[in-house]
Design a protein around this ligand. Structure first.
Ligand code: AMP
Length: 277
């Protein structure tokens, strides 16, 4: 396993690689969700590259960039166990030198849901992922269904900018009570951790209603909303039943739909989703 800190070194190394390269971009503090992506990349490629970079441009001014959990030693040990070949750990200045002034802006699909709640978030994500794709030049790149909109935005960018990379989306890894694994779960107090299961419960309710024949998206949104409102520690940011490709809100569920939500549990903002299929 090689830990690389500069773009120049990674480029040098990349020139010598033959065979397929699987790439997993992360912002670190790894858990089983991230490792599911690494395992999939390991199974499908000759070389596995993981990046760990807490990308400042995808955090809003009032968000948790300063407190985002970090533990590089622990991350490196976990990645070593998964037989990762190369770990790219650039500094902020390496990725964003002072004269940096080019941005990737994905329209429409990036403006909804997370894009509406977190202005500038997807501009930061798309820009850093485009840069990482240029640096790593992966054959395949792996993203989690946990961040469904992010995967859709990245696929849009890859198609629109004719990037030579295949995007693979890996199912969400959950705790035994259904809570989607997330680095931000570490912010939760024991009481909040208990309350956080409300996201999975609301999504399961959506799926259950839909499977029972409910096609009216608003009825499902309402039932999800009232379930979440019964949890005193939870505050809804959004509850959505949308077209799974465009993320446009649906009236009737007459095609593949994505139920998704963002909920604050105390000060911690959590997101999750489930397809209705
Ligand atoms: P992050 O470090 O939070 O940017 O996440 C890096 C990648 O891991 C993203 O593609 C996420 O969607 C994915 N990921 C995070 N949590 C999970 C999870 N619980 N299950 C599957 N993938 C995940």
């Amino acid at each position: 396993m090689q830990v690389i800190k500069t773009i120049a070194e990674l480029r040098e190394l990349r020139r010598c690689l033959t065979g397929s390269v699987g790439f997993v971009p992360t912002i670190g503090y790894l858990h089983e969700g991230h490792l599911a992506l690494v395992k999939r990349a390991r199974a499908e490629n000759a070389i596995v590259v993981v990046s760990i970079f807490v990308n400042p441009t995808q955090f809003g001014p009032s968000e948790d960039l300063g407190t985002y959990p970090r533990d590089l030693d622990r991350d490196l040990k976990l990645l070593e166990k998964e037989k990762t070949d190369i770990i790219f750990v650039p500094s902020d200045a390496e990725i964003y030198p002072s004269e940096f002034s080019t941005w990737v802006d994905v329209e429409k699909v990036a403006e909804r849901l997370e894009g509406a709640s977190r202005p500038g978030h997807f501009r930061g994500v798309a820009t850093v992922v485009a840069k990482l794709f240029n640096i790593v030049q992966p054959t395949k790149a792996y993203f989690g269904q946990k961040d469904a909109q992010q995967a859709i935005v990245i696929k849009r960018m890859v198609t629109d900018l004719n990037m030579m990379v295949e995007i693979v989306v890996v199912p969400t890894v959950r705790e035994s009570d259904g809570l989607a694994m997330s680095s931000r779960n570490t912010y939760l107090s024991p009481k909040e951790r208990q309350a956080a299961t409300v996201l999975f419960r609301a999504l399961s309710l959506a799926r259950q209603l839909w499977q029972g024949g409910e096609k009216d998206a608003d009825k499902i949104r309402q039932q999800m909303t009232s379930l979440i409102q019964r949890e005193p520690l939870a505050k809804i940011d959004y509850v959505s039943i949308a077209d799974a490709d465009t993320l446009e809100e649906l009236d009737m569920i007459d095609r593949l739909a994505l139920a998704s939500l963002a909920v604050r549990i105390g000060k911690t903002r959590l997101i999750d989703n489930m397809t209705l299929e």
